[in-house]
Design a protein around this ligand. Sequence first.
Ligand code: GAP
Length: 452
Amino acid sequence: MSPDVLEKLVSLCKRRGFIFQSSEIYGGAGSVWDYGPLGVELKKNLKDRWWHAMVRARDDIEGLDAAILMHPRVWEASGHVAGFTDPLVDCKACKARFRADQVAQAQCPRKPSRHPGEFADCQLTEPRLFNLMFKTFMGPVEDSAAVVYLRPETAQGIYVNFLNVQQATRQKVPFGIAQIGKAFRNEITPGNFIFRTREFEQMEMQFFVDPGQPSGGRTDMEWFEYWKEQRLQWHLALGLERDRLQFHQHTERELAHYARAAFDVQFDFGGTLGFQEIEGVHHRGDFDLSQHQQFSGKRLEYLDQPANRRYVPFVIETSVGADRTLLAVLVNGYREEAVEGEEEGRTVLRILPSLAPIKAGVFPLVKKDGMPEFAEKLAADLRPHFPVFHDESGAIGRRYRRQDEVGTPFCLTVDGQTMTDGTVTVRDRDTLTQERVAADRVREYVTRRLSA
Ligand code: GAP
């Protein structure tokens, strides 16, 4: 993503009500963002799509919505209290902070052509470890016994509920538990709009498999390969271009000590960001359940009744950021295009129609001869079925452009012919072709095109 495209997207998102800076009137809160009317719809559509693919369309995955605040021992067991840290260096001269392992890529705030530490005045401290978890207190007393954390990942809520869900649903291994929820990380170097933020949403699924022998016809490694492929296909079906997606295999150095294998799905954001992780697929072995078993003193074993075996399952995790994927969708779909026969080009978001926050713009060609009333009634008839936007102001070309910019796949125009034969024009965002469809068939037409 060139800085230029990122800047344009930030501006478009604010102007059209996708994403606003949090607490903007107070000067903004650091790297926290609010989703406006169109953004909340787009994000909801993205999350619904994931939920449908991962939970609704399968009989081997159950849904969960665990609390953000958890028992503090959870984070000791998970390793986050001791190890969820980044090395931090401060510059005593300019007060800027950097991740010690990223100094070589960072810019000195006072001399941007140099890296921190290279400018004569820089006074970098020795690296110190900084824990990324946000701390707060539970109850009225603010002492160390009351410390709780805002969860830095949703996964732990799944592990501690593993047996609750398994016993309530009577699922048999292999099966998964999925959830969507907020996570919080006090990132040292957040930035690039919603790419790296301090509050974000994750869509995570933990799939429990037999550690010793094939379950559901696959070994643990075969399940790992299966989920890698499933998740890549999901991103492709989202409309992300094939050559902008790749896998990155974690090297020995990157691999968590307990992980048996890990791949990131990376998306090419272009510009200085280039290929970056949007999802992680991890083989976590039995680390998480074993740790919780040890720290809680409660058995977290699965009972395979037919075989009369008890074991702690292995976990294959898929973990994708909702906000980061949404940014990938915006970058992937953003175009500035020339339009034949028109002086001004257009900005268009070529996003999957089912993701679009508004499905159809409904316009009267002119504000007379019964067209506004017809359009208003058409919009009211369609509104219970999908989001529509009724717009009568400005030239029709400008109204089309306004919808192109927010990715609306169809524009329905009521014109003179409508008043005689009851048909409206349906303009396609991507091909710019227009066809006439009977107004009372438009709902069916749009619904069919949305599901394609
Ligand atoms: N439970 C595993 C886990 O949390 P992760 O790689 O740290 O793994 C998974 O995070 C995904 O969450 C990332 O691929 C990314 O999409 C998203 N994510 C992580 N940190 C983020 C941040 N600070 N801002 C936005 N998204 C983030």
